[in-house]
Design a protein around this ligand. Structure first.
Ligand code: TYD
Ligand code: MG
Length: 456
């Protein structure tokens, strides 16, 4: 093996550096740097030595106009919600990374997908984690017809590729990438170097042969395995499982997609016989209280292309700490701090002596700023111990000067809320629909103080 140099890679964010340090200067995590040998291109590695060997070769430059831009055909996976997050379906030669906590349902979902695909094409499921028997048992439990699905237990990348070259599958699963190693490197499977190098080999194989590959990546909090983030830039599509393992619902979010919209969500329920898709998920994340309770607000969020109603809950409680707690679950922590500052400056609501917890019910993550208004109103509701009126939905972004800013897709959100029987909406002025939407009264506000006055 030609070893030209080493670099240091952060196992959290995947950034690489020439020098080791205790803290990653990109993502600020601690103790996450590991040494990686840079394999030269002559030995077949993917990273490093990029310019070696090209000196005398003729490299052809092509004008963009001459490149055929035919839409690559998308193959349905047979599961609508998976097609949705993939941006329509599976594309030949694409590499899809599916990440998530252990036990959340990655192998289950992939076995369901592969069983469906194996009926119409050659499919190979490579596992480095489970025995063939375990997979057979799971397949029985899932009640899928997987008789034609090819299985392989193997962990060496070269052998996987060699087998695949013989079998020529159209679609392949590698479960999980952290168990795979390449003999090129001496480091242990699961290390950053191994995970990156094995992935590079599989990606190259996918591009050369047009095989679609699903890679499974475990997310481990303690960093004992190189996380899937290290691979995000190498693959075409990155899907993450969200949701609490205690809850029945599983949400898959497209974090990156070269073939479709990001932040698109697919919603599933984990049942006795595998993951069942929920193609109309608008209301499943609502808690449904019998009588109105203080501290909850219904938000219409729009992740990807579909509006979704979720319940935000806040608990504001007198604090005995010098540094009161601010905990955001499913929401951004920094955003919460900013909103509390706006609330203080522009509405005079004091919270510096209170612990504040906010949570999105059902384990969904809400990343868009359209949740701002709902977060603030749920906090005020809890602080004043006054429930928000029944049948009310809220959305809108809050600016630093206390203004309520418009957000994309206002009308669609209102329609979805009206469809589910909500009768009142507090929304940004600029989002007021031109024509009234049947069944829903719109209260359009331009300042945070107006929204508070309208509700309480
Ligand atoms: P699994 O797909 O093995 O998780 P991962 O590959 O992400 O680690 O997930 C399994 C969990 O789901 C496990 O705790 C059992 C549960 N499960 C069901 O509830 N129903 C089912 O039909 C199957 C196959 C698993
Ligand atoms: Mg698994």
């Amino acid at each position: 093996m030609a070893k030209d140099k080493v670099e240091f890679v952060c196992s959290e964010c995947g950034d690489s550096f020439a020098k080791w340090s205790g803290q990653c200067s990109s993502c600020k995590s601690w103790n996450c740097m590991s040494e990686v040998e840079v394999v030269s291109s002559s030995s077949g590695g993917a990273s490093g030595g990029r310019f070696a060997g090209y000196a005398g070769e003729q490299i052809k430059v092509v004008a963009l106009g001459e490149v055929e831009a035919t839409q690559e055909s998308q193959q349905s996976t047979g599961i609508g919600e998976v097609d949705r997050v993939l941006g329509g379906g599976l594309i030949q030669g694409s590499v899809v990374l599916i990440g998530g906590d252990p036990g959340i349902g990655k192998s289950t979902l992939l076995l369901q997908i592969m069983a469906k695909l194996s009926m119409s094409m050659e499919a190979l499921y490579v596992t480095g984690e489970e025995s063939l028997k375990q997979i057979a048992m799971r397949s029985k439990r899932l009640e899928v017809d997987s008789a034609k699905l090819n299985l392989l237990t193997e962990t060496q990348a070269e052998k996987i590729i060699a087998t695949s070259q013989k079998l020529k599958p159209k679609v392949m699963v590698v479960d999980s990438i952290q168990t795979i190693y390449t003999e090129e490197l001496t480091s242990a499977p699961g290390s950053v170097a191994q995970v990156r190098e094995s992935t590079a080999r599989l990606v190259r194989y996918a591009k050369q042969t047009g095989t679609a590959i699903f890679l499974v990546g475990h997310v481990t909090k303690d960093g004992s395995l190189a996380g899937p983030r290290v691979l995000e830039h190498m693959v075409d599509t990155v899907l993450y499982f969200e949701g609490e393992s205690g809850s029945r619902y599983r949400v898959i979010r497209a974090i990156k997609n070269r073939f479709g919209a990001v932040n698109e969500l697919g919603v599933f329920a984990m049942t006795e016989s595998g993951l069942k898709e929920i193609s109309n998920p608008s209301a499943i994340f609502l808690a449904g209280h019998e009588t109105p309770v203080a501290g909850t607000v219904t938000l219409v969020t729009k992740e990807g292309t579909r509006p979704l109603l979720v319940e935000l809950q806040a608990l504001v409680d007198e604090s005995h700490l010098s540094n009161p707690r601010r905990v955001a679950v499913g929401l951004e922590q920094n955003r919460l701090a900013m909103l509390l500052a706006v609330l203080h400056r522009h509405s005079g609501v004091v919270t510096h002596d209170q612990d504040i917890f906010v949570n999105v019910v059902g384990g969904v993550k809400v990343v868009e700023p359209a949740a701002d208004l709902a977060i603030i109103l749920s906090i005020i509701s809890s602080l004043k111990d006054r429930p928000t009126p029944d049948g009310t939905v809220v959305f809108g972004e809050i600016g630093l000067v206390g203004e309520v800013r418009p957000i994309p897709g206002g009308e669609e959100r209102l329609r979805e809320a009206a469809k589910l029987g909500f009768s009142r909406a507090i929304i940004p002025k600029a989002n007021r629909p031109k024509k009234a939407i049947k069944g829903i009264e719109v209260i359009a506000v331009s300042r945070l103080s107006e929204a508070i006055a309208a509700l309480f």
